[in-house]
Ligand binder design. Structure first.
Ligand code: ZN
Length: 289
């Protein structure tokens, strides 16, 4: 005779939420209208907090007493569950908004570690090094990676593979070209509020991949502005991990972003520049493994 019904169904509660609990009973159990004369509301044990705070119906029929919970949990526990759920949704939404502004990798793009083609020693070294990098990053280490080399050598492929893996593992990741990044900064000119928002976001990422460093400055007149921006950007990233890729070699890069920026990028950084075929051990820096 007991009828089971999904009482947490939202539509249901929207429709009948205003009724008295007793009246609600007959909406749920229309078959009992002529049979049960009295329904009482009783507080029973909430399965979550174990307090006697869950609302239940109690009624008698055929000299037997029946009891049925109106809700799954007590009011406090339901509200708590609801706020957790809302918080989760909000976080998800915020994450989606930030991704839209900062994460420029097409999910369908086939740029993973698995499909990176190893065809010589250099590409093998690059793959081994980036695989090592992502392992250390996921283990919680703060570590930078710089990849220098000509276009079409796989820098973007590998940096995307790292970004995707880190994101998949729950890290907050940005993937943006240097040009796009600097255009974003230009967009905040004369708007301190926007710039603060930019800074807050920029600081918060566990990992930022900046692709094509050196391409952000097209005019010589902008170089001094962009080098001072780089200083600011690196300050904001203090203690966080970064990946920089560039088609420029070290010398040309230092002209565009400045010596100071470049040497700061060398701190706590792994290098891959075998893409160019140059001897990467030649330079003074903290090196790989
Ligand atoms: Zn409870």
């Amino acid at each position: 005779m007991m009828m089971n019904m999904n009482l947490t169904d939202n539509d249901f509660w929207e429709k009948f939420g205003n009724l008295r609990q007793e009246d609600l009973f007959f909406k749920v159990h229309p078959e009992l209208i002529d049979i049960v004369s009295e329904v009482e509301i009783k507080k029973t044990e909430c399965p979550s907090c174990k307090k006697d705070e869950r609302v239940s119906w109690v009624w008698a029929f055929d000299e037997t007493e029946y009891e049925e919970p109106v809700r799954d949990l007590c009011r406090d526990c339901e509200l708590e569950a609801l706020s957790l759920e809302t918080g989760y949704t909000l976080n998800e939404k915020r994450r989606a908004v930030i991704d839209k502004e900062w994460y420029f990798i097409n999910e369908n793009e086939a740029s993973g570690f698995k499909n990176f083609e190893v065809h010589d020693e250099k590409s093998e070294f690059a793959k081994k090094t980036t695989t090592e990098y992502i392992k250390r990053l996921l283990a919680g280490e703060q570590l930078n990676l710089m990849m220098l080399g000509k276009t079409g050598t796989g820098k973007s492929h590998l940096s995307k593979a790292i970004a995707k893996t880190a994101k998949h593992k729950g890290k907050k990741v940005a993937y943006i070209t240097a040009m796009h990044l600097f255009n974003k900064i230009k967009g905040t000119f004369n708007n301190i509020h926007e710039r603060n928002r930019f800074n807050e976001q920029f600081k918060a990422f566990d990992l930022i991949v900046i692709d094509d460093v050196g391409m952000e400055t097209k005019k010589v007149a902008e170089v001094s502005w962009s080098t001072s921006e780089w200083t600011e950007l690196l300050n904001l990233r203090e203690g966080k991990s970064n990946i920089w890729t560039s088609n420029f070699d070290e010398q040309s890069l230092s002209k565009v972003i400045g010596d100071r920026t470049l040497s700061r990028m060398y701190e706590n950084t792994i290098f891959i520049e075998n893409f160019t075929g140059e001897d990467f051990r030649r330079r003074k820096r903290i090196n790989v493994v």
